[in-house]
Design a protein around this ligand. Structure first.
Ligand SMILES: [Zn+2]
Length: 107
């Protein structure tokens, strides 16, 4: 019914979110949902969310009064990086709390 003949096997191009490699899948549904070319790249993306956890921890330490220098030494990153992470986290938490506010009914 107006569809392509079975003979031509169309491949749909995807770009891996981790390594940036192009890869191909057999249908457009997969093209939309596949984000990674391989299990290894998927695992790497999970690792990145562990990094998010670390950033959260760094932000907590900073909120608890530790200096940028202390935290930097502890995590083996630069002071500037710690400051960036804290700013990012503050913004992320702000966004989260504004979501929570809309969920909590006002008494
Ligand atoms: Zn990849």
């Amino acid at each position: 019914m107006g569809r392509q003949s079975q003979g031509t096997r169309k491949q749909y191009e995807c770009i891996c979110q981790t390594c940036g490699e192009r890869f191909f899948v057999p249908d457009p549904g997969q093209q939309r949902s596949r984000r990674y070319c391989s299990i290894a790249c998927y695992a790497a993306s999970r690792w990145r969310s562990q990094e998010n956890l670390r950033n959260q921890k760094i932000y907590e330490l900073r909120s608890a009064g530790q200096t940028l220098g202390d935290i930097a030494k502890q995590y083996g990153v630069s002071k500037e990086r710690v400051r960036q992470i804290c700013n990012q986290e503050a913004r992320r938490l702000e966004r989260q709390s504004s979501v929570v506010d809309t969920l909590v009914p006002l008494a």
